[in-house]
Design a protein around this ligand. Sequence first.
Ligand SMILES: [Zn+2]
Length: 177
Amino acid sequence: MSNDPLAEMLRRNATLAETYQPPPPLPAMAAASRASGTGVVVLSCSDPRLNPYQILGLDHTLKATMVRNAGGRAFDAIRTLATLQTIGAPGTIVVMHHTDCGLTHYHDRDIKDALFQFAPSDAHDLIETTKFGEITDLEKSIKEDVAILKASPLIKNSTRIIGLLYDITTGLLSEAK
Ligand SMILES: [Zn+2]
């Protein structure tokens, strides 16, 4: 393997493209999803140790749309989730947070202090007033994010919104109570 991960990724992509089969065009797929209401969107963390496709057993027979950001936080995902409502109208949104998450170790204060180290001084007010999504209690963060989505005027009232906790040690999901 090359020392440059990007070069290696591009090499692997070129190999994959040799046998690539394109999916059906989006408009037809989105119309089918809207009609059935069975679409699922999973909001989860950016953590590279987390593989939502594997965790949920997704394959060509069972699909979900993915939204990922630091912590899998709802406030940071509203634009995307709102947009997806207008395209595939998913009937279910899953909020999945996980144990050993970076945002349980690095809180807003740590992130702000680290950003101050390299950001220009005229960005300091912006950094100080920005919410970075720290997590102090996983059950609480999941409940908060489910509540944010339920209360959002940009998410359909009929959408089922479920909060799940993924235990990175056991590989098990449990519903956040
Ligand atoms: Zn995480």
